[in-house]
Design a protein around this ligand. Sequence first.
Ligand SMILES: NC(=O)c1ccc[n+]([C@@H]2O[C@H](COP(=O)([O-])OP(=O)(O)OC[C@H]3O[C@@H](n4cnc5c(N)ncnc54)[C@H](OP(=O)(O)O)[C@@H]3O)[C@@H](O)[C@H]2O)c1
Length: 324
Amino acid sequence: MVISAVEYIVIPGTNEKISRIGLGTWQFSEAWGVLDYEFAKQIVVKALESGINFFDTAMVYGNGKSEEFLGKALKELGIRREEVFIATKIPGQFLDPHDVFKSVDRSLKRLGVEYVDLMQLHWPPCWHNHPTCPYMRALERLVELGKIRYLGVSNYPVALIEEVRSCLSRTDIKFMQYRYNLIERQAEIELIPYAEKNNMIFLPWSPLAKGALTGKYTLENLPKFTDVRESEPVFHPGNFKQIQPLVDELLRLSKEYGKTPAQISLNWIISYSKNILPIPGAKKPEQVVDNAGSVGWRLEYEDWRTLDEISKKIRISYAVGYLY
Ligand SMILES: NC(=O)c1ccc[n+]([C@@H]2O[C@H](COP(=O)([O-])OP(=O)(O)OC[C@H]3O[C@@H](n4cnc5c(N)ncnc54)[C@H](OP(=O)(O)O)[C@@H]3O)[C@@H](O)[C@H]2O)c1
């Protein structure tokens, strides 16, 4: 299936290789609009042909549709289970220990697999007040029983990751997944250093800022989105005005390197840390091929720094949309 190989990294403390770039599959849902199974399968085919073996999904994406589409595609394509790394997520509201078992069973069924490679806590149980250790012990039991290989956190602050880890006796957190891209760099303050210090893989979500870093959206050409981006602050004109100089530089570098702006943006975050493995989503097969081409080469240091300086000037306001 692999036609061109991407760059690979080893999961710390193991000999296991995963592609340096993954495929995010939230797109297989109403939120993003890839609802035709055959079309979604073509995106998975192109990911595999490009050498991508890391797939990110979640129980809540399309109410299970994303897991279903991904599992069905891998099965129909005859992919052996050990050839791919399947990462999914359990939402904060399913963290009652009884629900942990029930929802993991259902997730495995939707994916059509005996085990998942990575189960991530999608977000903390902030509205349901589940104490940490009971749900972590339930998840650890599922590791012990062979249903989950690795555990990860997503959108958990450092203090809570420490608490999560203190509940585990036989395993540890190996992956951290957070918003991170050239526009939204808050993860550099605490989270990426934590991943580096503790030898964990850091998975940036929205690594293309939901398409804002692909060069196709400009201040003069900001579409009225009818998907999850309808009220996305990054695309608010007041914010995009600040982003435009970064997009201009990405377009300039794109010509210089013969790479697309999306590839330049992803390469920038990959260069930031050896622990980073971005998981861009794709709505079309050609986008996943393009994103796979963001690894296997590096930006010159001077160009990396130019983007660094321009991006540091951006201050996104998230308090937009309601009053103006
Ligand atoms: N853990 C969490 O809480 C969390 C939150 C969000 C996302 N995620 C995960 O992260 C993945 C990626 O994040 P995301 O989907 O929010 O945003 P993203 O990867 O930053 O952007 C994806 C969008 O950008 C456009 N695009 C992608 N590649 C392109 C290319 N090469 N050229 C031009 N346009 C391209 C596509 O939309 P258009 O073509 O319509 O512009 C695509 O739907 C998700 O699929 C999901 O698996 C996790």
